[in-house]
Design a protein around this ligand. Structure first.
Ligand code: SAM
Length: 447
């Protein structure tokens, strides 16, 4: 097998990139195509699993290693994680997992480490086979594990969750380590949810409705989106149930002028247009690559929006001067609600990133609020669960803006907060999401 086709070697490179600050999806996209479909799926599962269990795997490795590797041998340390993860959580026979992992040392030109890598993996395999429950997900393996190893999260994140969610932090950490469901939004302009479920069932594909959403379903088994029936003709899109709920809070009606302030890749833009195709929707997105994804999504779904690439906070650079009836600000955030979908967030995010995100959220909120028509609805949403980015930000905003008031979200899902509503990760099988619905008082606002 060529080096470029060896999934274990590629996993080592990709995890090293993530450790050095690159997003997992980007690193996976940058590697050349793996010709074997099973290898592609294997590589993906390896990388996501290692990010998910990074702290736990490192704790096991340091327990079994006599001394840590030098910085220049980080690749060997990561290779050990690759081996441990296969033994811990994958269906690869143990002898093959160990043999193939050790063989990667030849490709890394570090044959000298074969003995130690082999020894660590074999010791772990022996430890696992002596356990009643071989799954490390089920229970900590070593009595002196730190919280980082038990919950497989960085300590600052554990501490922050304890502080913000004293009654829920453990269930949040557990949910963050679960595999996310494969959730879809049915395009109501093409078919009903029941019709699409019937179509799936005819192809022996099992799925069920997400009762909190009007058009959401979860597939029992994940698959490539492109393989979904009707995907190319726009019958269905991949979207978590929590993200689908945003559009239900906007009270969209024909002819409204709507601003989607941070729009790409366009999940909510499309959901709005599927709900009410004859709104005049302006979608603003800063990132040119991401706006290309938004355009692609709209084109597949045969939907129209005025897509603008720019900083939505620099209003004078893109705004035509006409107020909006509805504004959705799906703000850039810590992503702390979507860790189960993007476990690399645990490696990438730093505690100091949170205050930078809050500053940006405040700037966008302040700049876009004046564009709302008196009587109009402003929906602030994030896929975050930290209070600073959500409740605290909106409380401060309401205290400083007498022309804004909260319109309570009276629904059966999520949990009410002092201001707005929160879904915590795993609730209703959804991602963690926050929403605050504000309305503008009917006073004249000169911009
Ligand atoms: C949470 S994502 C939006 C997800 C999107 N609403 C959806 O449902 O698919 C936030 C987006 O805001 C964009 N963004 C960040 N800062 C921005 C700015 N100043 N102006 C416009 N877009 C911005 C990011 O590039 C990112 O695509």
């Amino acid at each position: 097998m060529k080096d470029t086709q060896n999934p274990r070697l590629l996993a080592v490179h990709i995890i090293q990139e993530v450790i050095n600050g690159h997003a997992l999806t980007d690193s996976l996209a940058h590697i050349g195509p793996l010709t074997d479909q099973r290898d592609r799926a294997f590589l993906r599962a390896l990388c996501y699993g290692i990010c998910r269990w990074f702290w736990r795997l490192n704790a096991i490795a340091s327990q079994l290693l006599k001394k840590p590797f030098k910085t220049r041998d980080q690749d060997i340390q990561v290779l050990i994680l690759v081996g441990l993860y296969q033994l811990m959580d994958m269906r690869v026979p143990a002898h093959a997992a160990i043999y193939e992992t050790v063989a990667v040392l030849v490709l890394l030109k570090k044959e000298w480490a074969k003995g130690v890598v082999n020894g660590v993996l074999r010791a772990f395999q022996r430890r696992l086979s002596s356990e009643i429950s071989p799954s490390l997900r089920a229970q900590p393996l070593y009595p002196d594990w730190s919280e980082e190893a038990i919950y497989s999260h960085p300590q600052w994140l554990i501490d922050k969750l304890k502080q913000d969610w004293p009654e829920h932090w453990q269930s949040i950490l557990t949910a963050n380590n679960q595999l996310p469901p494969f959730s879809l939004r049915i395009n109501q302009q093409h078919c009903s949810r029941e019709q699409y479920l019937a179509l799936l069932s005819m192809q022996d594909l099992v799925a069920f409705s997400i009762p909190e959403t009007p058009y959401g379903i979860i597939m029992a088994e994940p698959m490539e989106a492109i393989q979904l029936p009707g995907f190319q003709r726009g019958d269905v899109s991949v979207q978590d149930g929590a993200a689908q709920l945003a559009v239900t809070l906007l009270e969209l009606a024909s002819g409204q002028r709507v601003l989607d302030a941070c729009a790409a890749p366009g999940g909510k833009t499309a959901a709005m247009l599927e709900t009410m195709p004859d709104i005049a929707l302006t979608a603003v997105e800063y990132d040119s690559q991401r706006i290309a994804m938004l355009r692609e999504n709209l084109s597949r779904l045969q939907l129209q929006a005025n897509c603008i690439c720019g900083d939505v906070g620099a209003v004078t650079t893109w705004w035509d001067g006409l107020l909006f009836d509805r504004i959705l600000l799906d703000a850039p955030c810590s992503g702390s609600g979507v860790i189960r979908r993007h476990p690399d967030i645990k490696l990438l995010r730093r505690e100091s990133d949170i205050s930078a995100a809050v500053q940006q959220q405040w700037r966008l909120l302040e700049s876009v609020w004046p564009l709302l028509q008196p009587g109009g609805i402003f929906l602030y949403a994030t896929c975050a669960i930290f209070l600073e980015e959500n409740v605290q930000l909106i409380e401060k905003f309401l205290a400083l803006h007498s022309d804004a008031y909260e319109e309570k979200i009276a629904v059966s899902w999520g949990m009410p907060c002092v201001v707005g509503r929160q879904i915590l990760p795993g609730m209703h099988e959804m991602d963690g999401f926050y929403y605050a619905r504000l309305r503008k008082r009917g006073i004249f606002y000169a911009y």
